[in-house]
Design a protein around this ligand. Sequence first.
Ligand code: GLU
Length: 555
Amino acid sequence: MDRQELAERLFPGVSETPQEIMDRYPPRKLPEGAAVTRMAPSPTGFMHLGNLYGAITDERIAHRSGGVFMLRIEDTDAKRAVEGGVQKIIEVFDRFGLNFDEGALADGETGAYGPYRQRQRERIYKVFAKALFLAGRAYPCFATEEELEAIRQEQAAKNENPGYYGKYAVWRDAPAERIAEALDAGREYVIRYRSEGDPAQKAVCTDLIRGRLEVPQNDSDLVLLKSDGIPTYHFAHVVDDTLMGTTHVVRGEEWLATLPYHLDMFRTMRELFGWKTPKYLHTAHMLKMEDGHKRKLSKRKDPELALDFYRSGGYPERALIEYLMTILNSNYEEWRAANPDADWRDFPFSVKKMSSSGALFDMEKLRDVSKNVISRMTADEVLAGVLGWSAEFDPELHALLDADRDYARAIFAIGRGGAKPRKDLVTWADARGYLDFFYDGLFRPVYALPACADGAAAAAILRDYAGAFDPADDRDGWFARVKSLAARFGFAPETKLWKQDPAAYRGHVGDVSMILRSALTGRTNSPDLYDVCSLLGADRVRARLSAAADALSEN
Ligand code: GLU
């Protein structure tokens, strides 16, 4: 039986030629230097910080160069795929504003370089596997699981590299008759790559993050197609990234270990079809500090690895991007300090500034970044953020805010927009604690008094103020009224006066404000009291002052 006949038995119905396929994927018409990148997640339903870190890198490389950012779904492992997994991936990147130009959509796809779901590309992989077989660079392997396990054990006992190579690769040079016999017997097989690499020689690759990498050449005959005809990651990577025109492969550093396979395969594909190895960027793992040591963030141990953690926790997407940018490019923070209001995309993102050592994830830093990001948002943006989050995670709050959006917006507008904006919110989840006293249904007063006033004195001050309060006062008029209230009760109307002669007063205007603040907001720290009074309105101000006076005089 000759090779051609065997090929027909191994790849029944695969009649297209590599050239026919390649003709369907012509080079893109893009400006000189434009990069094509892709995000290639498996639809497992689990999206993590590493995915986002990689996606930002992909998106920036593509869009800063006028190129293309694709979404390819790596769904070859049916066991790991979950229902709705693709939808979730798309939603996540959409929320982060990382927009794909091409690729899978929740249903269907867009772009001329698809299909963008690997399961729909089975025939394409087979065409190239068949061509490799015909060129003597691939072969069927009928080794059973038990035989492979015996090889693994022997290699481990002899301290040899694991893999299917050299004398262990028993099917590598099997004569056609033996293969035909095995096929006749209906034995299961995989298609393996026939490596011609020599581990005594080096394969060289310049990783754009890590610089020049020299690795021993691969000599393992890795699996191209599994027994069900589905490709391995390695083969699908080489075929897809070539046909789709990927120029830069951004992927996690866990793929460095198998880089020699890919370099080996690309060398063969160059010989056979003129393919070019793409540029690689192996990104650093996310690490965390634990007991003074750095360790990889783990899906099992660290809930903060999952992007869902930040969504339910109410972290604005922009805060996560902002924070990851500080890890991605060491000069980002300096740029941000000089351009506090610029869009993060205006930053001159550079691959050269990416670090190859682990990316240390610091929750406190993220929280700090988030607080600053929110403090610079407009009241409308904050309202939209809180509404979006609370719709899902705090429906009671959502209903309150939604019932009167103007009121809610005005609450978020207090202390916003100036050079020193208030920083009350780290996450959208903090909104409830920040604004509860603006809603009678949420207001739970706890009255705290300064040491210089007892309950009876505070009650007298509050009753007086309830009568004196005039909603028509402007900010200055409001403050003048609080000062005269202070003076009436023996408090210094200016802190300065009190400092000059503390013995002459019961306290100062700040103490009086504190009593008012406590009565109106139930706390010792609140946004500007004049703004609070204006928003609460005269009726509610008077009602709260009286209620507090009653409660305090009872004690
Ligand atoms: N599906 C692979 C992963 O999720 C993609 C790696 C790559 O980007 O090539 O790790």
